[in-house]
Design a protein around this ligand. Structure first.
Ligand SMILES: O=C(O)[C@@H](CO)OP(=O)(O)O
Length: 229
């Protein structure tokens, strides 16, 4: 039997709009982002998709998107689990910098490598920024060892996949329909696994904000079909 997993990247955030590296910084949705998330919910309702479970990160742009999607598809009662493992990939010392200005300073190629290469790490957070991060309430109950100072897509995949295997996959295997509302790079990581994309080809995969991406999966949770609503 075909299993259905719907991924939604959060709607445009304030820092997507400002063209800043965001990562684990907890920025809000922009006005456009809220509209995108509402539209995503309406499309899911029109498509008649009925969720049994929803999963999101511990960052408000994804949490709010998840809530808007459930609200506007009239299924706000669906249980939602929040996990740091679905957080955006941590952008290290690039967080808060403007992407265009960073490209002017370091060159387009370097910035493209930082943004899209599978295994190149961006520069890590300063000690001061690390300390600040450790004191943030939403990260305080996480073991220090799992809080990154910078991540590439490979590390993002390695921390997102255990959650997929332990929490999402068992639900899909019971033929339950699952929503994952998360981030550009945490969703690229899951997509890499589900679609079997190579380390090279994953550089070209972009997931747009607020567009529901439907995966139909076989009994081994491999992709049979994917489409955007
Ligand atoms: O800034 C970020 O955290 C991400 C997602 O918006 O950006 P990028 O597309 O450069 O990986």
């Amino acid at each position: 039997m075909i299993k259905t997993l719907v991924m939604v990247r959060h709607g445009q955030s304030e820092w997507n709009l400002a063209n800043k590296f965001t990562g684990w910084v907890d920025v809000d949705l922009s006005e456009k982002g809220e509209k995108e998330a509402i539209e995503a919910g309406k499309k899911i309702k029109e498509a008649g998709i009925v969720f049994d479970h929803a999963h999101t990160s511990i960052l408000k742009r994804a949490i709010k998107t998840c809530n808007y999607v459930l609200e506007y598809s009239e299924q706000l009662f669906v249980p939602v689990e929040k996990t740091w493992r679905l957080n955006e990939r941590h952008y290290g010392a690039l967080q808060g910098l403007n992407k265009a200005e960073t490209a002017e300073k370091y060159g387009d190629e370097q910035v493209h490598i930082w943004r899209r290469s599978y295994d190149t790490l961006p520069p890590t957070l300063s000690e001061e920024a690390q300390e600040e991060q450790l004191n943030m309430r939403q990260f305080k109950n996480l073991p220090k060892d799992v809080i990154p100072t910078a991540e590439n897509l490979k590390i993002t995949l390695e921390r997102a996949l255990p959650y997929f295997f332990d929490n999402i996959a068992p639900q899909l295997l019971k033929d339950e329909t699952v929503l994952v509302a998360a981030h550009g790079n945490s969703l690229r990581a899951l997509a890499k696994h589900i679609e079997g994309i190579s380390d090279e080809d994953i550089m070209d995969l972009e997931i747009p904000t607020g567009q529901p991406l439907v995966y139909e999966l076989d009994d081994d949770l491999k992709m049979v079909k994917k489409y955007y609503l």
